[in-house]
Design a protein around this ligand. Structure first.
Ligand code: GSH
Length: 417
């Protein structure tokens, strides 16, 4: 049953909460969805309690928060709050992800500002974050674990953004450690790494961060670009096996870019736009578009008979980033309940996606070893207090991911017939 058929009872209902759905065009299996214009949200942060290096607290709370949506700058009287995902004065109710700010590249071209070098670069990540997860997978797949160090922030995101664990805290997962960079001993929050690179930084303090230990500068904080850097720029230093792993192969570039056009906005960001929406209209528009896009991925995988990956025998960026293992492995454990992405779940509603995702998890250590479900579940459910004010983490679904040969009882029963 496609999304249009599933929505029929909702569409025929007269009550106002779902009025947007009544206005939606009938959904075809191709799916169109919403195309959100890129936008950015800039904050002026209060620095109370942070390192002395940081710029002073802004003069007036009324000027404390300036947001730019598309080309329009809007001054808000609401004080800046890192944990307000949608601006309280934004009537659209839409979550708008900011554009990443640090866009330098590590490059093997002669004379590059940031050349590939062993043990020069460091990756700051959160296990909870799907964007950071992309970079951890690529680092491991390409054998860069011997070249680039990484550390993981605490899973909780609070008023000052991501924080490092203290020396005495023990959290699950490898490398969940205080900021390990020499000279950063007093750093308690990731924001201090941002301010070290740019004392006037006014964006969000996001992970992943690719950091140069030599110049003490952030090189790049955009996961799709870090993925490209990891995919090729260290190749001259790698052994033959890892050099041969090409996740952006020439022959598939057009297909990869084509997939990128719709999958990022509708799926990767679609779950956030559904979950952070502050109006029913924004939620319904985004959740429907998300499930149309998932239907499209399901259809593609069902018809793709050549191999276990999105494009057959070749594992590409699309498996990591777009059709998106990192989004889909979080889907049943978090997005279904926390972000209300519940038209279907993966384990009972999308057999081809389910098989594709489980193959990556169970058969490739780069995927399984970088997936940390405790950080994932705790982060979303205990940091997003506007969605889940009591911070109670739902227990299920159990297990977080099913073994390769196991199905939920209803699926198992239906396939036995
Ligand atoms: N464009 C960035 C997005 C990264 C991003 O939004 N990361 C989130 C975690 S999933 C974050 O660090 N958010 C902290 C905040 O916004 O304060 C990328 O793809 O690298």
């Amino acid at each position: 049953m496609n999304i249009a058929q599933l929505l029929r009872p909702v569409r025929t209902r007269q009550s106002p909460p779902c009025s947007i759905i009544n206005k939606l065009p009938l959904i075809s299996s191709g799916g169109s969805g919403t195309a959100a214009a890129p936008s950015s949200t800039r904050f002026r942060h209060s620095n109370a309690g942070s390192s002395p290096r940081l710029p002073a607290t802004p003069p007036s709370p009324a000027l404390a928060y300036t947001a730019h949506f598309s080309t329009q700058a809007v001054k808000m009287s609401t004080p800046a709050k890192i944990t307000d995902w949608v601006d309280r004065s934004d009537k659209s109710g839409e979550f708008k992800r900011q554009v990443s700010s640090f866009r330098d590249h590590i490059s093997r071209e002669a004379g590059a500002k940031y050349p590939p070098e062993k043990d020069r670069y460091h990756l700051f990540v959160s296990y909870a974050c799907p964007w950071a997860h992309r970079t951890l997978i690529a680092r491991k797949l390409k054998g860069l674990d011997k070249f680039i160090t990484f550390s993981v922030v605490h899973w909780h995101l609070g008023d000052k953004g991501w924080r490092f664990v203290t020396k005495d805290e023990k959290e699950p997962g490898d490398n969940v450690i205080p900021d390990p960079i020499a000279g950063h001993e007093a750093f308690t929050h990731l924001r201090e790494v941002y301010y070290e690179s740019d004392a006037d930084f006014s964006g969000r303090f996001t992970v992943p961060v690719l950091y140069d230990k030599k110049t003490k500068q952030i090189v790049n904080n955009e996961s799709s670009e870090i993925l490209r850097i990891f995919g090729s720029e260290f190749d001259d230093l790698l052994d033959e096996e890892h050099r041969g792993i090409d996740i952006y192969p020439e022959a598939l570039r057009n297909d990869i870019e084509e997939a990128h056009k719709w999958q990022y906005d509708l799926i990767n960001n679609g779950v956030y736009k559904s979950g952070f929406a502050t109006t029913a209209q924004a939620y319904e528009r985004n959740v429907v578009a998300l499930f149309e896009a998932l239907d499209r991925v399901e259809k593609h995988l069902r018809e793709q008979k050549q191999g276990p990956y999105y494009f057959g025998q070749t594992l590409t960026e699309v498996d990591i980033r777009l059709a998106s293992y990192v989004t889909l492995v979080r889907f049943d454990p978090v997005y279904v309940q926390h972000f209300k992405c519940n038209i279907r779940d993966i384990r009972s509603g999308y057999p081809a996606i389910h098989a594709w995702m489980r193959n990556l998890y169970w058969n490739l250590p780069a995927f399984k070893d970088t997936t940390q479900f405790e950080h994932i579940k705790w982060h979303y459910t205990r940091s997003h207090t506007q969605i889940n004010p009591l911070s109670i983490t739902p227990v299920g679904p159990l297990p977080n991911i099913l073994p390769l040969e196991e199905e939920v009882p209803a699926v198992a029963a239906s396939t036995r017939k």
